[in-house]
Design a binder for this molecule. Structure first.
Ligand SMILES: [Mg+2]
Ligand SMILES: [Zn+2]
Length: 273
C-alpha cells in the first residue's frame, strides 16, 4: 500500500456532468425541476422529482438506462484503475445519491475499486419509486456549517476520514473535486495532503480567492487527460518519498476530538464486494 487515500467527488469529477441534472434533463423534467429549486433545498427537490417522474410512468429501469448513457471522459476510468493498481485506497464523497452512483459505477465496472461511498441514500421503495434522502438529517441535527448545503457537509466527512486514518498510520489524502461543496473539505485537509480542484470550476474559484486558507498542496486539472496525468504524477512522487519521514501528525488528536463531537453523523456506507 502507498499510504495514499484518494477521495473523489463524483459529479463533474468522475463523470463529466451533474448526475441529477442529467437524469432530470434526459427524462424531460427540466422546467419543473428549475421551478422547484426556488422552493426547497436541492436534495429535497430530487426526491420530489423522483415522485413526479414515477407518477408519469417512468420506471427505475428508465432511470438506469439514462444513467448508463452518462458522459465520462475516456481517461477517467483508466486513471481510477491505475490509482488502485498503484495501491491507493479510493473513496467517493458526493452530494449525488447512492442509487445514481452505484448504477454508474457498476456499469463502468468500477464499483469494487472504491472502498467507501459517502453520499445521500437512494433506494427503491415498494411502489418502485426511487427515494432520495439527505446524507444528514438536517431537520433533526443540523451540521452548522455555513459553507455547505443543509443535507451534506463534505468537510465533516473528510474530518472523519482523517481521524480514522490517524488511528492506523500516517496516510495522505488526495482530494479531487469541482463544486462549491468541495471547498469545505479542502479547508479540512492537512499540509501533507493534496487538493486537486478542477480549474475554472466553483471550487477552484473559491480557493483562488485566498489560496493560503488551504493547507494542502494545490494541483489543478481541467479535464480527464489532466486528471489522469496530475493524479498519477502525484501518486508516484509521494510513493518515491521515504514513507513516514514526517512527524506523526500533531493534529491527529485534535482532529479526533473535533470529529468525536459529530458522532451523530451517519457513517459511510461500505461498498459490499
Ligand atoms: Mg462535483
Ligand atoms: Zn461544510
Amino acid at each position: 500500500m502507498t499510504g495514499i487515500v484518494v477521495v473523489f467527488d463524483f459529479d463533474k469529477t468522475i463523470i463529466d456532468v451533474d448526475s441529477d441534472n442529467w437524469v432530470v434533463d434526459e427524462l424531460g423534467f427540466t422546467d419543473l425541476f428549475n421551478q422547484l429549486l426556488n422552493t426547497m433545498p436541492w436534495n429535497s427537490v430530487m426526491d420530489r422529482m423522483m415522485r413526479e417522474i414515477h407518477s408519469h410512468g417512468k420506471t427505475v429501469e428508465d432511470i438506469e438506462e439514462v444513467l448508463k448513457r452518462v458522459p465520462i471522459h475516456p481517461r477517467v476510468v483508466p486513471a481510477i484503475k491505475s490509482a488502485h493498481a498503484l495501491g491507493c485506497e479510493l473513496r467517493i464523497v458526493s452530494d449525488a445519491n447512492m442509487f445514481f452512483i452505484e448504477t454508474i459505477l457498476k456499469h463502468l465496472g468500477l464499483r469494487d475499486y472504491f472502498s467507501e461511498i459517502n453520499t445521500n441514500p437512494g433506494s427503491v421503495d415498494d411502489e418502485g419509486r426511487l427515494r432520495i434522502s439527505p446524507y444528514h438529517d438536517f431537520t433533526v441535527s443540523p451540521h452548522n456549517c455555513d459553507l455547505c448545503p443543509p443535507n451534506m457537509c463534505k468537510g465533516l466527512v473528510v474530518e472523519r476520514i482523517k481521524a480514522s486514518l490517524c488511528k492506523e498510520e500516517n496516510k495522505r489524502i488526495i482530494y479531487l473535486g469541482d463544486g462549491s461543496g468541495d471547498y469545505c473539505p479542502s479547508l479540512k485537509l492537512g499540509d501533507s495532503d493534496y487538493m486537486m480542484p478542477r480549474k475554472n470550476f466553483p471550487v477552484w474559484d473559491l480557493i483562488s480567492r485566498n489560496p493560503l486558507l488551504v493547507k494542502a498542496e494545490i494541483h489543478e486539472w481541467t479535464d480527464g487527460d489532466e486528471l489522469e496525468r496530475v493524479l498519477l504524477q502525484l501518486i508516484s512522487s509521494i510513493s518515491v518519498e521515504k514513507p513516514n519521514n514526517f512527524p506523526f501528525s500533531a493534529d491527529c488528536k485534535l482532529e479526533t476530538l473535533s470529529v468525536a463531537s459529530h458522532e451523530a453523523f451517519p457513517k459511510a456506507l461500505p461498498v459490499p464486494h
